[in-house]
Design a protein around this ligand. Structure first.
Ligand SMILES: Nc1ncnc2c1ncn2[C@@H]1O[C@H](COP(=O)(O)OP(=O)(O)OP(=O)(O)O)[C@@H](O)[C@H]1O
Ligand SMILES: [Mg+2]
Length: 262
């Protein structure tokens, strides 16, 4: 882990909405070719931190972000346009969010901003991306059909494909399996495992068994009086077996810790 390069670094990030301090003084590093999980109670600011990293917070009136957020040592907020950032940092949400229109249109949605492609290249491109998310055989005969007819698990793989089509280096996954059945969850976890061979993945999940299955690094956040803070970080193995902080111990004791101990 130590010799891997840091792609994203948050330094002393605080986010406030009016008088509500949502996250306080959070510093963390996201390394290449690894899965970093953000874990903690509801309201700890996990999703907010993901939104800081890809600047979705820009769109939210009344949110103030202080501190420094860097991608490859450049400030995310001052050194690039949001559209450029989207090329490097992609996001998948809890609920598969497909756009109206065909499967093909969904896949090409972000690509037009970032890639120049001839019409003749498109079929090969679509096949490559859909194979990457193991969706090709299921949809190859209906690329022009509406994406809304897909199952929940297929929709979520389409969302991964839409992000992968832009080939970002960092993928932010906000509870990507929360609305999926166990089989689709397994497929997404396998995909995460494959993707981390070349990408940095930040995973928010409440599923500690999933954390154990897929993560290299775990960052545990608390939510005290509505404010999220980093409590401790380390390998899942270390945190599940030898948590250093009382808040972590307490959180783990409320989950079935025996299932997650390694
Ligand atoms: N734009 C906003 N304006 C005001 N409050 C906000 C805004 N975005 C988030 N919050 C508040 O910040 C807190 C943290 O929200 P966030 O969604 O980041 O938590 P979370 O850790 O992802 O929780 P969960 O596990 O339930 O998804 C919540 O109290 C939420 O209501
Ligand atoms: Mg959340």
């Amino acid at each position: 882990m130590t010799n891997k390069q840091t792609l994203v670094e948050l330094n002393h990030i605080s986010v406030t909405a009016g008088s509500h301090l949502i996250v306080d003084n959070v510093s963390l590093k996201i390394k290449e070719k690894s899965v970093t999980s953000l874990v903690g109670p509801s309201g700890a600011g996990k999703s907010t931190l993901l939104r800081v990293i890809n600047r979705l917070t820009d769109r939210e009136d009344g949110l103030r972000v202080e501190g420094q957020a860097c991608y490859r040592e450049k400030c995310i907020y001052t050194c690039c346009q949001v559209e450029d950032l989207r090329q490097y940092v992609g996001m998948v949400f809890q609920k598969p969010c497909v756009f109206p229109g065909s499967i093909e249109r969904n896949l090409l949605f972000g690509v037009r901003h970032h890639k120049k492609m001839n019409a003749s290249e498109i079929p090969f491109f679509l096949e490559k991306i859909l194979k990457q998310v193991h969706l090709w055989t299921e949809v190859k005969d209906r690329l022009k059909k509406s994406a809304s007819i897909l199952s929940m698990g297929q929709k979520q793989r389409l969302c991964f494909a839409r992000v992968l089509a832009v080939n970002p280096e960092v993928m932010l996954l906000d509870e990507p399996t929360a609305s999926l059945d166990p089989h689709s969850t397994h497929e997404i976890e396998s995909l995460i495992h494959e993707l981390k061979q070349e990408k940095a993945i930040v995973l928010v999940t409440h599923d500690l068994v999933q954390v154990r299955r897929v993560s290299d690094e775990l960052i545990f956040l608390s939510a005290v009086n509505g404010t999220g803070r980093v409590v401790e970080s380390g390998t899942p193995e270390r945190i599940f077996n030898r948590p250093e902080q009382e808040e972590t111990r307490h959180y783990l004791s409320r989950h079935r810790i025996e299932e997650v101990k390694l």
